[in-house]
Design a protein around this ligand. Sequence first.
Ligand SMILES: NC(=O)c1ccc[n+]([C@@H]2O[C@H](COP(=O)([O-])OP(=O)(O)OC[C@H]3O[C@@H](n4cnc5c(N)ncnc54)[C@H](OP(=O)(O)O)[C@@H]3O)[C@@H](O)[C@H]2O)c1
Length: 305
Amino acid sequence: MHRLLITGHKGMLGRELVSQAKKLGHEVIGLDLPECDLADRRNAEHAILEAEPDLILHAAAFAQVDRCETESDLAFRVNATGTQNVCLAAQALNAPLLYVSTDYVFDGTKNEPYDEWDAGSPVSVYGKSKYAGECFVRDLCAKHFIVRTSWLCGHGGANFVETILKLASERDELKVVNDQHGSPTFVNDLAPELVRLLASGAFGTYHITNQGSTTWFDFARKIVELSGSKTRVTPCTTEEFPRPATRPKNSRLSPRLYTNAIGNKMPAWQDGLQKYLSERYGHDMSCPSPVIPTRQNLEYPIVVY
Ligand SMILES: NC(=O)c1ccc[n+]([C@@H]2O[C@H](COP(=O)([O-])OP(=O)(O)OC[C@H]3O[C@@H](n4cnc5c(N)ncnc54)[C@H](OP(=O)(O)O)[C@@H]3O)[C@@H](O)[C@H]2O)c1
């Protein structure tokens, strides 16, 4: 059993991390806004040193990709300096740290899935600020894990599944981008893996996503099909859907080193989606539960008609 500190514990991934860590018998401490601003050095240091964790899972971030373009000072303050502050405290405690990173550290021009050893090449402010966070983790923490993941979906969070379900309940047709490739990842599959990895001692940089890849269009089509909606989903290109932040066209992440280190137990993304929808509809897909309002509807590559 460990004393595990989880930053961003009120967020979509953070909530699932708390629940999984508790299930595994760990003692859990959470840090998040507004009680603790990790970008404030004294605030972060005081809170982390006082909590005295023996493991730290750093999931807090400014993760709204388009907002990061217009609020770049905040993005670097939270994702880079906030991570630096967490690293300094982890190092002072000699506590292993796991930093949750993203496919957006790559530019998406590689023709194959990105390997764990590929050099970062971020093109958006969000990607650059998360990559700067990775650099602090590598430079400051001897015992670290960096886990890049992608396209996160979790209950109660602003995620693509909820966005599509909401739009499908309002519209006859949705156009969704079909030239960005990646792996949807469900937080209830990811969270236990992160906790398992953190306790393993196999430090390093890893890629963990649900297995298999798709496009936003195919993902949307599957969500609509499984929910029983009659809304028509049609494909479009990224050029037809300009957004403030440039997204990588190839977000696929190869988990080779993670598989070698501890074994890849992640289910296929289709299984993750099926489970998510079953839980959401209480196992009765014909009786939809109320749609959860999403904060970031327009963060996703969807055109609404
Ligand atoms: N969502 C994705 O598709 C995705 C994909 C790949 C990687 N990731 C990474 O996965 C992690 C979790 O993402 P998520 O989608 O669960 O994000 P989320 O729901 O936005 O959760 C992040 C949490 O961090 C908190 N936070 C923000 N600034 C903070 C600060 N200065 N001090 C303390 N806490 C702060 C947020 O509080 P507020 O809500 O009050 O701001 C929120 O509770 C992040 O590191 C993200 O970069 C996400």
